[in-house]
Design a protein around this ligand. Structure first.
Ligand code: IPE
Ligand code: MG
Length: 241
C-alpha cells in the first residue's frame, strides 16, 4: 500500500512499553532495554516527521514509575538528562515540550528539561511532547487547581468555562490525539492523557518498544487510515454498512 496517499494522523501518542522484557529476552539488564528504547525514540521521531505527522507524544515516565527500584529510576533519570542535554533533537529542527509534574524531579532533570525546551522553542520540524512524571488524573487536578486560582483572582468567569478554555489549563494546549499506540501486548491506558484521548483510535501491538521501528509504525498508520472516525456522528454516507 502506498503510504503517502493515506490519511495521516496529525498527533500520534505512544505508550512506551516492553523495554524491560526486550532486554530480558536478550539476557541484558533492564537498563539496556531503556537505552535501546530511548535510541528508538530518535529513530521514530525522524520517520514520523518525515511522513508529515506534526506531533508525537511519548509516555516515558509515569508518576507511578517512581515505585520502581531506586537503581532503575536513577538510570532512567540519568538517561533523560543525557538525551535532553545532547543536541540531537535540536539538530533535526525538532521542538521539545513536556507534560507532567515538576515535583519531585531532581534539579538536574528539571534543568535539562528547561534547557532543551528553551533551546528548541523556535524549531519547526515537528513537536515531541515528552510525558515525564506524567499522570492523567494529576493533569486534570493540576488544571482544576489553576482554574480555581484564576477564579479567586477574578481572572476567569466560571459560567463561561468550556472545553476550549479548560484545555488551556492542561500541561500543554495540544490538538487531540488521533492515534494512540501501545507496545508490548498490554491493553491499558495506564492513566495516560485521559482528556486528550477522548476520540483517539487505539492501536495495540505485541512488539516490544525497542523493536517498534519505521516499518511497524507505518503498519499502525495504515491501520489508522482504514478506520472510519465518526466522533459520535453517523457513518460516512458513501460507505455501506
Ligand atoms: C517502558 O518499558 C519504559 C518505561 C516505563 C520507562 P518497561 O520498563 O515498562 O518494560 P517492561 O514492561 O518491564 O517490559
Ligand atoms: Mg511496562
Amino acid at each position: 500500500m502506498e503510504i503517502d496517499n493515506l490519511n495521516i494522523p496529525n498527533h500520534i501518542a505512544i505508550i512506551v512499553d516492553g523495554n524491560g522484557r526486550w532486554a530480558k529476552k536478550r539476557g541484558l539488564s533492564r537498563s539496556m532495554g531503556h537505552k535501546a528504547g530511548s535510541d528508538n525514540i530518535e529513530v521514530l521521531a525522524k520517520h514520523v516527521f518525515d511522513r508529515g505527522i506534526k506531533i508525537l507524544s511519548f509516555f516515558v515516565f509515569s508518576t507511578e514509575n517512581f515505585k520502581r527500584s531506586k537503581e532503575e529510576v536513577d538510570y532512567l533519570m540519568n538517561l533523560f538528562i543525557t538525551k535532553f542535554n545532547s543536541n540531537t533533537f535540536n539538530k533535526k529542527n525538532i521542538k521539545i515540550i513536556f507534560s507532567g509534574r515538576r515535583e519531585p524531579l531532581d534539579k538536574d532533570v528539571l534543568n535539562a528539561i528547561d534547557s532543551i525546551t528553551e533551546k528548541t522553542k523556535n524549531n519547526t520540524g515537528g513537536i515531541i511532547n515528552f510525558c515525564l512524571n506524567y499522570g492523567g488524573h494529576s493533569e486534570i487536578i493540576d488544571a482544576t487547581k489553576k482554574i480555581a486560582e484564576d477564579y479567586k483572582n477574578g481572572k476567569i468567569d466560571i459560567d463561561n468555562l468550556n472545553e476550549e478554555i479548560y484545555q488551556k489549563y492542561l500541561y500543554q494546549d495540544l490538538p487531540p490525539i488521533d492515534l494512540l499506540i501501545r507496545t508490548s501486548g498490554e491493553y491499558r491506558i495506564s492513566n495516560f492523557m485521559l482528556w486528550q484521548l477522548s476520540y483517539s483510535e487505539f492501536y495495540f501491538t505485541p512488539i516490544y518498544f525497542p523493536d517498534f521501528k519505521e516499518k511497524e509504525l507505518d503498519e499502525a498508520i495504515i491501520e489508522f487510515s482504514k478506520r472510519n472516525r465518526r466522533f459520535g456522528g453517523i457513518k460516512n454516507e458513501t460507505e455501506s454498512n
